[in-house]
Each structure stands twice: as structure tokens, then as C-alpha cells.
Design a binder for this molecule. Structure first.
Ligand SMILES: NC(=O)C1=CN([C@@H]2O[C@H](COP(=O)(O)OP(=O)(O)OC[C@H]3O[C@@H](n4cnc5c(N)ncnc54)[C@H](O)[C@@H]3O)[C@@H](O)[C@H]2O)C=CC1
Ligand SMILES: O=C([O-])CC(=O)C(=O)O
Length: 335
């Protein structure tokens, strides 16, 4: 469950750790990667920022390094002619790895249409994590998240380093969209709204639980419009960008909130936020729900509570799609 930056964390002073945190962003020169790296550079929770990409990352790092905040920044490049592969250096010592590497959608495409390219990219990068930072928490942004997270799990398992507490798909953008749309509907400050969003991260697998928002009221038509807008918020941006990609700035903000919360939790400030994780809440192997984050990553996958009859209808509709997308990722990794 996502609240606001200020409200999500509770300080556990007794167990607070003073650890130095290296965060690696893989795909750091992209539309998401650049603003995400900048927000992480501005965070007082981050000590070291590692910017990796197959192009442009040394420039991004040099640029960010002139911002006077405490995090040190280094850029690392993938292999190309005359250029050695620097993924190992980028990952060594990282406690959190955020992965926005991969191609974005164009109008008319589904997230699943990205599978053929992005599955291979995520596989290679997660193999690097298994080798160079097996204890790091990996936060996957690359789409289709419903399949790329299962791919990552299978790769880590095959390498003998899978820890379900340390692998998450980032669904925070769905939460912040739902908060924004409900804020506007109720004419309230969206920062005070906290909509749990469960399921997955693609179309109808995204299920906002508006029935759990205190004071929420809507007609049937308004509820339907808010639900569908949250499910297809990504398409709204893809359409508006007209071929120039998908959400980058709102995603960078969402990825930053997620990653910073993870880092703070690892330093002793427990928090609850939604994430797509291995889960036994439903018969889907991975499922997004509120999770408690702490010193070791996902400390507890929390139940998502009572669904309204309307939400139960969407839940039943989404499950076959979600399970098929998860299975597709598992089968890819087994090849
Ligand atoms: N989880 C979510 O809520 C969201 C996910 N996304 C996804 O995030 C991904 C990235 O989107 P954008 O930043 O807009 O794309 P982009 O094309 O602007 O940036 C992607 C970056 O990844 C890099 N890259 C490609 N292969 C790589 C590799 N093997 N290693 C390292 N870097 C590599 C590219 O060089 C590029 O800089 C897409 O798959 C998109 O669908 C986008 C928005 C929201
Ligand atoms: O729609 C897309 O392709 C990007 C995405 O995941 C989102 O904006 O939610």
C-alpha cells in the first residue's frame, strides 16, 4: 500500500543500521533511467549511484556528478567495439539494483509485444546480478513486468541465489496514478490518498481497490471510469506521446519512491508499499499486493483485504491473463 513519501516510513530506532548503500540503475541513459538517476542522486538515503547502460551512461554520470549531494556517481558501459563490458563493476557492492533497461511501447502495442526484446535484456542483466551482487534487492521496471519478474526469479534460481524477499516488480506507477485520479475525483490532495493496487502491471491485471479508500464515494459509472483509467493509464501516455515512447517522468518518480523506500527500509525505516512479488495470496505465483519492507527486503507479503463485488468481478477476469503472462516468463527462462 502506497501512502505518501512522508507517511510511509516508521523509524525503528533500536534496529536502525548505518550502512552505506550503493544503488545501481541498469538502463540509466534512457527516458526513465536519466530522471530516475537524478532523483536518486538527490536522495540523502543513497551513498553511491552506479549508472549502467549500453550507451550514454558515462555522460549521464558526469552530468549528475556536478550536483552537490553526498552520493558519489559513476557511469559504466556495456561492451561494444573496443569497449570492455563494465556490468560487473557497475553491480559489485550494490545493495539495490533498479532495472529500467529495455524498449518502450509505441501506440497500438501491448506490453506483451515487448516480450521478445526485453525478456533477453532482463535475463542478461539478472545473470549479471546473480554473479556480481547476489544479495542485492532487484527492482524490475522493464515490461512486461508480469513476465520479466518470473524470468528473473527463474534465472536467479538456476544460479542458486534466488531470494524471494529480494525480487520485486515495480507497480508503484499504478498506485500513484490511482491516487492522482481519486484525488481529482474527490477534490482532495492526492498526497493524502492511499489506494492499494493489486494483481499485476498490464491492462486488466491492474486492480485498484477503491473500496478500501476512506471516504471514497462514486457512482457506478464513475467507479468504472476510475478503474479503467488506472488499468490503462499507460496507454493514455503512449497515445499522447504518439510514437515517442511511454511514461518516463511519472515512472522515474514512481521508481524513485519505490527504491528510496527500499533503501530506507534496509537502513531500519520499515515501510509498507505495493510490489509484484512471489506470493501465496492467490493461485498466481507472483502477485502485487501491499508488502512490508525491512532490513532484508520484503519481510512480509500482506493480505489485500476484502474485495467489493465489483472488484471481485475484475479479480476473476484478470487471473487467467496474469497466470498466462507469468507462465510465459517461466517458460522463456527454462529454454
Ligand atoms: N513498470 C512500469 O510501471 C513501467 C515500465 N516501463 C518500461 O520501462 C522500460 C524502459 O522504458 P524507457 O526508459 O522509456 O525506454 P528508453 O528506450 O528510453 O530507455 C531504455 C534504456 O535501456 C537501455 N538498454 C537497452 N538494452 C540494455 C542492456 N542490455 N543493458 C543496459 N541498458 C540497456 C537503452 O540503451 C536505453 O537507454 C520499457 O520496457 C518500458 O515499457 C515504462 C513505464 C512504466
Ligand atoms: O504503458 C507502458 O507501456 C508503460 C507502463 O508500463 C506504464 O506507463 O504503466
Amino acid at each position: 500500500m502506497f501512502v505518501s513519501r512522508a507517511a510511509v516510513s516508521r523509524v525503528m530506532s533500536a534496529s536502525a543500521r548505518s550502512m552505506s548503500t550503493k544503488v545501481a540503475v541498469l538502463g540509466a541513459a534512457g527516458g526513465i533511467g536519466q530522471p530516475l538517476s537524478m532523483l536518486l542522486k538527490l536522495s540523502s538515503a543513497v551513498d553511491e549511484l552506479s549508472c549502467y547502460d549500453v550507451r550514454g551512461s558515462p555522460g549521464v554520470a558526469a552530468d549528475l556528478s556536478h550536483i552537490p549531494t553526498k552520493a558519489s556517481v559513476k557511469g559504466y558501459l556495456g561492451a561494444s567495439e573496443g569497449q570492455e563490458e563494465e556490468l560487473g563493476k557497475a553491480l559489485t557492492g550494490a545493495s539495490v539494483v533498479v532495472i529500467p533497461a529495455g524498449v518502450p511501447r509505441k501506440p497500438g502495442m501491448t506490453r506483451d509485444d515487448l516480450f521478445n526484446i526485453n525478456a533477453g535484456i532482463v535475463k542478461t542483466l539478472v545473470e549479471g546480478c546473480a554473479e556480481h551482487c547476489p544479495d542485492a534487492l532487484i527492482a524490475i521496471i522493464s515490461n512486461p513486468v508480469n513476465s520479466t519478474v518470473p524470468i528473473a526469479a527463474e534465472i536467479l534460481k538456476a544460479k542458486g541465489v534466488y531470494n524471494p524477499k529480494k525480487l520485486c516488480g515495480v507497480t508503484t506507477l499504478d498506485v500513484i496514478r490511482a491516487n492522482t485520479f481519486v484525488g481529482s475525483h474527490l477534490q482532495k490532495d492526492p498526497a493524502t490518498i492511499d489506494v492499494p493496487v493489486i494483481g499485476g502491471h498490464a491492462g486488466i491485471t491492474i486492480l485498484p481497490l477503491f473500496s478500501q479508500v476512506p471516504g471514497f464515494t462514486a457512482t457506478d459509472e464513475e467507479l468504472e471510469a476510475l478503474t479503467v483509467r488506472t488499468q490503462f493509464g499507460g496507454d493514455e501516455v503512449v497515445k499522447a506521446k504518439a510514437g515517442a515512447g511511454s511514461a518516463t517522468l511519472s515512472m522515474a518518480y514512481a521508481g524513485f519512491i519505490f527504491a528510496e523506500n527500499v533503501v530506507k527500509a534496509m537502513k531500519g525505516e520499515e515501510c509498507v508499499q505495493c510490489a509484484f512479488v512471489e506470493s501465496s495470496l492467490t493461485d498466481a505465483r507472483f502477485f502485487a499486493s501491499p508488502c512490508k519492507f525491512g532490513l532484508n527486503g520484503v519481510e512480509e507479503v500482506l493480505p489485500f483485504g476484502q474485495l467489493s463485488a465489483y472488484e471481485k468481478g475484475w479479480f476473476d477476469k484478470m487471473m487467467p491473463d496474469l497466470k498466462a503472462q507469468i507462465q510465459k516468463g517461466i517458460e522463456f527462462a527454462a529454454k
